[in-house]
Design a protein around this ligand. Structure first.
Ligand code: GLY
Length: 309
């Protein structure tokens, strides 16, 4: 059984961006699923799908990711192989095009799991990855507008981010993630993000923290999106994998994870899941969480997760 599910982040999708979000998800799942079918390799398929999402500026990952309070692009990503628990992650990397590929290099070329900041940037250069500026004019414009609102007295401190996000729910939108399974039963989860708009410099979210935003085991995999602090405090992706190990379906797992969030930290969150039988699940507590999924049962790509549905 081959199957794959992607998310394009939780939050509000503005009407004018919906076509780009849908098209990006479609391109990503087509590229990832092609690899899954031709190479039967969930790792390469997951990385490829996330690369396509990172390269599409409408999502908050790679090119066009959101900016920190001081206007920089600090990117996080992680990838996990369920069968062996091999994993790689990077946090706070700058000047890089595809953080998920750097995370894979951490997994395959080092004895470590997580590299951060300058060290991760130096590792990227060592690996021959060229300098790349992921900041787009569109994001800079959004950042300028938000900064000026903040200067006019809007909440600026991180503790107030919840208020800020209630007021501007589109700020959350965009982390990307993928969970895939190949015919060997290998489950791979990957997530890539710029974090949350106007995050404090140096802030790391859930994405590169194994078991928080990204995790996979032989029983299932999960990728999360939303306010990273809540996802870290509930170790949501690991919790999802534990639920699937207990035999709970991927869909019920996703719903139980959102219940857990709603009953504890109450932060905006979304999650995609995939279990060892190739069944997928997704749930969120926000306005939108665009997802795309496909399996070898019918090879039909489905897109869901927009609020008008
Ligand atoms: N979920 C993305 C972040 O909080 O960084």
């Amino acid at each position: 059984m081959k199957a794959m599910i992607l998310h394009g982040g939780v939050g509000k999708v503005k009407n004018e961006k919906r076509d780009r979000v849908e098209a990006g998800l479609k391109r990503a799942i087509e590229a990832g699923y092609k690899i899954l079918c031709e190479k039967n390799d969930a790792l390469v398929a997951c990385e490829t799908a996330v690369n396509v999402l990172e390269d599409e500026p409408v999502f908050n990952a790679g090119t066009g990711a959101v900016l920190t309070l001081d206007g920089r692009c600090e990117l996080d990503a992680a990838i996990v192989k369920g069968s062996t628990l091999e994993a790689g992650a990077v946090a706070g990397v700058e000047n890089i095009k595809n953080p998920i590929s750097l995370a894979r290099m951490v997994m395959e070329k080092t004895d470590h799991v997580l590299l951060i900041g300058d060290g991760a940037n130096n590792f990227a250069r060592l690996m021959g990855i060229p300098d790349y500026n992921p900041i787009t004019e569109e994001r800079l414009e959004e950042w300028r507008k938000l900064k000026s609102l903040l200067i006019k007295g809007e909440p600026i401190h991180w503790k107030k981010i919840q208020e800020l996000i209630k007021q501007y729910p589109e700020l959350l939108h965009g982390t990307v993630g993928c969970v895939a399974i190949d015919d060997n039963g290998e489950i791979v989860a990957g997530t890539s993000t710029g974090g949350v708009f106007l995050k404090l410099f140096g802030r790391v979210g859930d994405t590169p923290i194994l078991g928080a935003g990204t995790y996979a085991t032989p029983f299932g995999g999960a990728s999360c999106t939303g306010i990273g602090e809540g996802i870290m405090r509930t170790l949501l992706a690991k919790t999802a994998c534990d639920f699937m190990k207990m035999g709970i379906s991927a869909q019920k797992t996703a719903e139980a994870c959102i219940d857990l969030i709603n009953n504890t930290v109450m932060t905006e969150t979304g999650i995609i899941t995939l279990d060892k039988s190739g069944k997928i699940g997704f749930a969120h507590n926000a306005e939108n969480m665009p997802v795309a999924f496909v399996s070898s049962l019918d090879n039909e790509i489905k897109i869901a997760g927009f609020s008008s549905e």
